[in-house]
Design a protein around this ligand. Sequence first.
Ligand code: GLA
Length: 354
Amino acid sequence: MSAPGPGTPRVTAFAPGRANLIGEHTDYNDGLSLPFAIEQGIRVSAERREADEIVAVSIDHDEEETFPLSGAEKRPTRGWTDFVRGTLGELSAAGFELLGARLEISGDVPEGAGLSSSAAIEVALSLAVLGVAGIPEPDDRVALARLCSRVENDWVGAHTGLLDQLASLLGERDHALRIDFRTLEVRPVPLRLGDWRLVTVPSGDRHSLADSGYNQRREETDHARTLLGLDSLRDARLEDLERLPDPLDRRVRHVIEENARVEATVAALERGDLAAVGRLLDASHASLRDLYDSSTDAVEQTVARLRDAGAAGARMMGGGFGGDVLALLPPDVAVPEDAHRVVPSAGARLLDAE
Ligand code: GLA
């Protein structure tokens, strides 16, 4: 079949989910994180159609909906359609002239696990919709990450930072990314695991960023920053904590110490000291539980079980309040039955273009 008018007859885009080795709740505080893209992700196949609309099919939800090219109004429904509406809306607002298409969205990254299915869907949709309209991908993937993050903030209603979108767009095989959210400098750091493995284990509590305490934590750290008279919590020092009431002092202590743990993890990886990385994961978890108050009973039980099974370190991952636990397993420790290996993989890409 020949293409109806301009554009590309068919493209398929793939965007990975991400795991975050360490550096949690630091991205929206101008801090440091060390995520990596994983093999699992979201795939969007787009077929060019003549009509001035986008028909999107969610294979996982077995639902189909039609959207105007400009994405229509912002009214979060807490469903997959928010992502389509938002991506179309933000791409149009950025001046891209989109064309009609039929999209099929499918994926193998579980929702609500803390593996960032949300960023993966935003990124895969963007690449597919641009691709099928024959628009070359923007050179600046950081700008594209910002655009996708606006979808999440303004159309889905989760006031997340840039961690997930940057990891999905810039991921590299066998590397984690040291991201400095103040400068947006991204430095790939080799993640040489040898016979060690990184796994994620579902805690049983699903999390939803838009509905959890995530937005509240973000408001708290913003409030603490204002009270300290700082432009950014990156400039906060431990001696500032006595000027803050509880729980704001604990929130800020977490951010300061978590940034330091990211640097310590990079150094440990560079000298090949995976046992030290495990200890840093444990310390991150304790801080997220005790200072950031973002754990749940199910997460605690999962972390305890993984430690008992011999993990060198285990911690909650992503926005918290449920979701998956990340664990680092030494070579002699068996992978638990409900665990999934996460392997540092390449970032988002078009799989084919005709
Ligand atoms: C979620 C958000 C990210 C980040 C993490 C916590 O994954 O989407 O922006 O804030 O939580 O580190």
